[in-house]
Design a protein around this ligand. Structure first.
Ligand code: GRF
Length: 201
């Protein structure tokens, strides 16, 4: 059974989607550990409720490399095969990215490469795009710049607010992320340049 490590800083609704998919036998792996840099992140409590080891590590007062080395140690101690970022509000150091080559994945609430970075749903809304969505991508050393694993579009309605758009994107995230994780864990993919080629079932 492949093992997942989830890194988060907040609410943890994507963690919950992964937990629920695992319970349904649809994740293709087991969540071995959840790590947060925020002590009272609701996502940590969700992990505890699900019986998953939940670890808090404070990043404050530490150099990025030192904090990331602690994260790598925790993930390695739990024999993690795939690291899932789920609202982890930290830039990863090159050392952390290199510790899991091709083995870190992120969910982003926009259709990358449009609107990388923070508050992507609001960025898209304010830009006036008619379609946005969610992207699952491998993590490289850039900001939301790694090869794309899966995407799904969400229409922007004239009645939308940034919040209502973010809500519909979040529903898509919760479907898309577990599916993409399963695909990665099952190894039904290969990378050609920037393209991830998926072998369909
Ligand atoms: C999601 O919108 C995700 O796309 C982004 O951060 C948010 C995390 O939400 N990377 P949650 O903590 O999973 O509820």
């Amino acid at each position: 059974m492949k093992k997942l490590g989830v890194l988060l800083s907040g609410r943890g609704s994507n963690l919950q989607a992964l937990v629920d998919a695992e319970r349904r036998g649809e994740l293709g792996g087991a969540i071995a550990v959840v790590v947060s840099n925020v002590e009272d992140a609701p996502g940590l409590e969700r992990a505890r409720q699900a019986g998953i080891p939940a670890v808090f590590r404070d990043h404050r007062g530490k150099k990025r490399e030192a904090f990331d080395a602690e994260i790598v140690d925790i993930l390695r101690a739990h024999h993690v095969d795939l690291v899932c970022l789920a609202g982890f509000m930290r830039l990863l150091s090159p050392a952390l990215v290199r510790a899991f080559p091709g083995g870190i994945v992120n969910i982003h609430p926009a259709l990358l490469p449009a609107f990388p970075g923070l508050d992507a749903q609001r960025q898209a809304f304010e830009h006036g795009v008619k379609v946005s969505g969610a992207t699952v991508h491998l993590v490289d050393e850039g900001l939301d710049s790694g090869p794309i694993v899966a995407q799904e579009a969400v229409r922007v309605l004239s009645t939308d607010t940034p919040e209502s758009l973010a809500g519909r994107i979040l529903e898509v995230e919760h479907r898309l992320y577990p599916r993409a994780v399963r695909l990665l864990l099952e190894g039904r993919w290969r990378v050609e340049g920037r393209r991830i080629i998926v072998e369909e079932e």
